[in-house]
Write a protein that binds this ligand. Structure first.
Ligand code: NAD
Length: 285
């Protein structure tokens, strides 16, 4: 089984910065790559902010210096060849655009050593959509993280039919060694396990609201009390962000989703109420 010691993360946005910091926190030598200097400056600020969050939220070891040491394990660069020259694993967290991602893999295929494993963090694309651009389909798969990785610490690992079993096992082991609970997915599935469960729940909640069956508070209360879950679907909408919910609903051809998109736009988006991030959504924070 390949031994993963060095990680390169492509993209230092919302998820890429969290993936890089989490691995650095657990002692991996991490290189974070982004397209130019100004973005890397923002990445530095993101990493410093994450160090503060790990301490404030008392992630195990954070107060004993690990949160600060993690920053020393992180190297930033805007030179792709340099970024991947010594990578055992490259995790790609660039924007969710098929052609952009394919282009990144075309470049990577030429620049990375033959031993390097590539993994995509894509939420909506299947690894099969990308594998033919990697130059190494046997060393390519998906590792999908949830936002707020230090708390919602799952890593869904999903290969294609061409992913070598030893490569799959190595990435599962890497996930475990970087403080995550690996979720082993046996076959390709859009939405992985988490979103295959979550999206139908959120859609059903939207339907109950739009049909006038019950209000968000009642729907959430029902779910919390009857299942023991800490949050109901509208609380989850507020955390995900109503702009994201709107983008997903409006891009669906389904009539119910379109109606929900209009509802969100008129009642929330146009009023600047985007959920927890703006202090107000279905609830006030
Ligand atoms: P983001 O927009 O916050 O960050 C993307 C980063 O990629 C930016 O820093 C951008 O400068 C950089 N970038 C752009 N072009 C690049 C290139 N050619 N090479 C390298 N970097 C490039 O996006 P995000 O929310 O972090 O999402 C990134 C990936 O993670 C997507 O595939 C998304 O589906 C997935 N994801 C996101 C979430 C989430 O909650 N945001 C959760 C799970 C998975």
């Amino acid at each position: 089984m390949p031994n993963i010691k060095t990680l390169t993360v492509l993209g230092t946005g919302v998820l890429g910065s969290q993936i890089a910091y989490q691995a650095a926190f657990h002692g991996f030598a991490v290189t974070a790559y982004d397209i130019h200097d100004q973005v890397l400056e923002k990445a530095r600020a993101r990493f410093a902010r994450l160090a503060g969050i790990y301490q404030a939220e008392k992630v195990a070891g954070a107060s004993e210096g690990k949160a600060e040491t993690a920053l020393d394990n992180l190297r930033l660069t805007d030179d792709l060849a340099d970024a991947v020259a010594d990578a055992d694993l490259v995790i790609e967290a660039v924007p969710e655009l098929l052609e952009l991602k394919r282009d990144v893999y075309r470049k990577l295929a030429d620049l990375a050593p033959a031993r390097t494993i590539f993994a995509t963090n894509s939420s909506t694309l299947l690894p099969s959509d990308l594998k033919d651009f990697t130059g190494r389909p046997d060393r390519f798969l998906a590792i999908h993280y949830a936002n707020n990785i230090w708390a919602q610490n799952i890593a869904e690992v999903m290969g294609t039919t061409e992913t070598a079993p030893a490569v799959y096992d190595a990435v599962v082991e890497f996930a475990r060694n970087s403080g995550l609970e690996p979720i082993e997915i046996k076959k390709e599935k859009a939405g992985y396990v988490l979103n295959s469960l979550l999206v139908p729940l959120l859609n059903a909640a939207a339907g109950l609201l739009l049909q006038g069956i019950a209000d968000p508070q009642t729907i959430d209360k029902t779910w919390r009390i009857a299942t023991g879950a800490p949050s109901g679907p509208f609380q989850i909408y507020d955390v995900v962000g109503l702009a994201t919910a709107y983008n997903i609903a409006s891009s669906s051809s389904d009539a119910g989703s379109q109606a929900f998109a209009h509802y969100l736009k008129d009642n929330y988006i146009d009023k600047g109420k985007l959920g927890v991030s703006t202090g107000e959504g279905f609830y006030t924070y």
